[in-house]
Design a protein around this ligand. Sequence first.
Ligand code: ZN
Length: 224
Amino acid sequence: MAILPIRIWGDPVLTRRATAVDRITAEERKLISDMMDTMKAADGAGLAAPQVGVSKRIFVFRRGEELLALINPKITKREGGRKVGNEGCLSIPGVQGKVARHVRVVITGRNEKGKVVEYECEDGDEQGRAATCVQHELDHLDGVLYLDKLVPDTLVWVIEALDEDGEETVVLEETTAEEVKEAYKQRRLPPNVHIPDTLRERIERPESQAARKPIKPKAVKVKA
Ligand code: ZN
């Protein structure tokens, strides 16, 4: 089991088109197993190889309770029109925004054993946001981030706060992609942004001792 460090926005690997995998070897299988561990540890819905610094066309994702991997994935069907929903990204922690995605897609590729597989993914009670998730992850393989597809004026910082009963909650503060980019570039995030302390440490003080510790996810309580 290995938890890999997740690359943060500004890292050039995130905006590069990843290359197809022509042979699935022990190296790819180990990468997929580590990506599964990393996604679970970060409490994510999906994770693409470029997010752990590997520019290969591989991602892992959740479909309901299942944890699945796809190599050289391709969407073969898009159905049910598009719906606008909230998205976040493990590589752009502390912000979320709205994106229009197809509600139902069929995606094909190979699994970690090299077998050709096809998955129907649908947003809904049964599978969670599986359709949105595979579209988001496939974009990562093309070097595209959800910020490139935002519904205008929907980007927000997720800020920790206390409600009237003194309970921990989060509030959403409007921002822009430029402001977020600048904050990451300057390595200065807003105070109380809703990200794990160890992740903040890694972004703001990458050389520090604490920045090398594994990241424990916080329970996310997003009030939309
Ligand atoms: Zn992402």
